[in-house]
Design a protein around this ligand. Sequence first.
Ligand code: DLL
Length: 432
Amino acid sequence: MIWNEPMECMSRDQMYDLQSRRLRNLVTRVYHNVEFYRKKMQILGLEPGDINTVDDLVKLPFTTKQDLRDNYPFGLFATPKSEVVRVHASSGTTGKSTVVAYTRKDIDIFSEVVARALSCSGVTRNDTIQISFGYGLFTGGLGIHYGAEKLGAAVVPASGGNTAKQITLLQDFGSTVLACTPSYAAYLAEAITEAGINAEDLPLRIGVFGAEPWSQEMKVKIENGLKIKAYDIYGLSEIIGPGVANNCDCQNGLHIAEDHFIPEIIDPVTFNQLAPGVTGELVFTTVTKEAMPLLRYRTRDLSSLDYDPCGCGRTNVRMAKIFGRSDDMLIIRGVNVFPSQVESVLLEIPEAKPHYMLIVDRKGTMDTLEIQVEIDEKFFSDEIVQLNNIRNKIKHKVESVLGISVIISLMEHKTIQRSEGKAQRVIDKRKI
Ligand code: DLL
């Protein structure tokens, strides 16, 4: 079902007009209400009247995570604090966390875009959705919660962790939809099998997974393990949280809620806009948010845009599945390596389980990449020859894709830490 047909299926011309109108309104609001934006625009010699259509976006300054940090906690608010009804924050592995805020209308928009995203994944009011994203400052739990309620589904607010309890809830409450990170879904699939439960006996039918990059091969492993159809939900706290974009049944990219978030793809070095189909950094301008709207926010996520009509009937632009962030990219002996590339190769190998770690180090002047990967118990053996064969097979495949030599360490069942939220899959000892 298409949740909001007028907004999701309008003509491209109508979308252009709507976005342009909303953009004009946004620029006027931030110019008058946020000193940070007024100053940035003044430096560029810009006044609100200079921005008339979406084509004028390129004149506007970018906003970065550093800008949010510099204005920590509340410096970018565009409304009085009394209008704010909720705040979220991202933990941030480096530096201070970034804070985001919502007015009541912002929460309505958040719920609306999540309801759309869930509908896009085939979720209906007849479903029971188990939300195993963390509840708290992270936007995953509460964000999906409000959207699922708006849709009318029955919400089981399980939050993250406590895997035994999650399985009991899946069984006893008959959850038909699971929302969590893909790495946790892979862990749950394994735990269900270990508990002697046949996934086919569970009513679960749909998975809504996101908050971290995951490969097509990981999707297949999870779908087979849980006997469900999996959908990709994308978002980031700075823009609103989950629900910025979602796959439809055609599974050919994620439709962006572009009446609220205008996307651009830029070259991260020249900052020029890139044409549809070309991969670059995703940038969003939030045209309807009240408390903390952002102009041209640089996400660091790498994707491309596709404006071609989609078989599902939605006309909203699609972004390609994110394969990584520019800051996730490892440079090993001068070669660019994305963890998701390694994941794709590993999970094509039947003996490999979806649990792995990349350990980057430096011996002398030489970078090294060790890939630790768990092997399915069925294939683990006391015979060194057999293990060597598996190791060589993996090494050969990975090296032919990455173009650099790697060290493969086969790991026994459960020796790699399982994740309940976003997985941490890289240890770069060069930085320690
Ligand atoms: O992860 C919001 C979210 C919650 C999205 C639940 C989906 C589901 P942050 O913690 O601010 O917000 O992290 C945002 O996570 O810039 C991407 O790098 C990454 N990310 C989010 N969704 C996806 C996805 C939430 N579907 C950052 N595929 C983003 C790949 C994703 N990466």
